[in-house]
Design a protein around this ligand. Structure first.
Ligand SMILES: *[C@@H]1O[C@H](CO)[C@@H](O)[C@H](O)[C@H]1NC(C)=O
Length: 361
């Protein structure tokens, strides 16, 4: 799909792992949890070199009717045993439903989860599958040991995502869609020369311990397991670069002290559904802000699907004038603040105010 205001559908998987397996990368966070961040290749067109959670674009194969047989007898309506559907939250922007063209046999909630799990396999060699017939598996889960011939399978799946179903059938497993919890959803904001914009659903999956990760060395050239605070520190010290949504999510995850807190939180809000956010960029005289829904300057106006807001004032002046904040302030490539005074409408947590600038400027 192309043209203005059209986003490609995508799914992202935030993998949180507990466990005490010693790691030179993160010796300090034994009692908390760590998150898998993959480093995108510097040759990628979108966000080159950035650290991201695994994920990618929805493929027709992710909604193929062929999955129905593999999931049987758990393929029943409404949602393959995912439980009652959370309410759909009407949110800006509402576009005419473009999904009709690529509607498939599977409900979105299932197809997006399959996409996230497939991408985690393609990019990181992590297999989140569940043996067929295993009615329920305890959570937090373990990732499956990799099958022999991983590299071949991965090449095949990368060439044609339909091979992911064949891999699952071969292993007599299904994607473990039940271990993925709704977390958040982001629309890529307008940016100059905006050619790639994504409508991305973020899922969260808690794993007992970090599985071994095998970056594909094509799209992804490295990986790290980091606690939210470690990731923030590495971003500020310029060891890694994070886009604003990933930074926001890491700060939000900083609210949880342990994997079990995080997991319980996901289960408790399973019926609440997601807010889907389109950040709007406000250019100031000396920087920029990303405004999020609820912020007093956020405008639910479709003009800003394809445009920046701008002001002659400085960022500091704008910050002094306001009271109701839900915004990310971008000072430079490695310096973001988060200001939040609003509360979630769907029982989610928002990040604490995060001001890196005070000590840095
Ligand atoms: C984003 O994708 C979701 C899920 O398919 C859909 O409901 C929503 O309308 C899409 N939003 C936009 C702005 O394209």
């Amino acid at each position: 799909r192309s043209g203005p205001s059209s986003w490609r559908l995508a799914a992202t998987l935030v993998l949180a792992a507990g466990g005490t397996r010693p790691s030179a990368a993160a010796p300090s966070s034994a009692e908390g949890f760590r998150l898998l961040l993959l480093q995108r290749s510097p040759n990628q067109g979108f966000m080159p070199g950035a650290h991201v959670f695994p994920g990618g674009v929805l493929d027709a194969a992710d909604r193929s009717a062929d999955w129905l047989r593999l999931f049987a007898p758990h393929q029943g309506p409404p949602r393959f045993g995912l439980g009652p559907a959370p309410p759909r939250r009407a949110a800006f922007p509402v576009l005419p439903d473009a999904a009709n063209g690529d509607a498939g046999a599977l409900p979105d909630d299932v197809a997006f989860r399959i996409c996230a799990i497939r991408e985690a396999f393609e990019e990181a060699g992590v297999l989140l599958l569940r043996p067929r017939g295993a009615l329920s598996a305890p959570e937090p889960r373990r990732a499956l040991a990799l099958p022999p011939g991983l590299a071949d399978w991965r090449d095949r799946v990368r060439r044609d995502p339909h091979h992911f179903l064949r891999l699952c059938a071969h292993l007599d497993c299904t994607p473990d869609i039940w271990a993925l919890h709704d977390w958040s959803a982001w629309l890529t904001p307008f940016y100059r020369g905006a050619t790639r914009r994504f409508n991305t659903t973020f899922f969260l999956c808690c794993l007992r311990e970090p599985p071994s990760v095998h970056p594909d060395l094509a799209e992804v050239v490295g990986c790290q397991w980091l606690s939210p605070s470690e990731a923030t520190e590495r971003f500020i010290s310029k060891e890694i670069w994070l886009a604003p949504p990933q930074f926001y999510e890491l700060r939000r995850l900083e609210n949880f002290a342990s994997l079990s807190d995080l997991h319980k939180f996901c289960l408790d809000r399973a019926l609440e559904g997601l807010e889907r956010w389109l950040p709007i960029t406000l250019l100031t005289a000396d920087g920029s802000l990303q405004l999020l829904p609820g912020d007093e300057l956020y405008l639910e106006d479709s003009t800003f699907l394809e445009k920046f807001l701008s002001t002659e004032k400085t960022t500091e002046e704008i910050m002094k004038e306001g009271e109701t904040f839900h915004r990310i302030v971008l000072y430079d490539r490695h310096l973001y603040d988060i200001h939040v005074t609003v509360q979630s409408k769907c029982k989610h947590v928002y990040p604490q105010n995060y001001v890196a600038t005070k000590s840095r400027l």
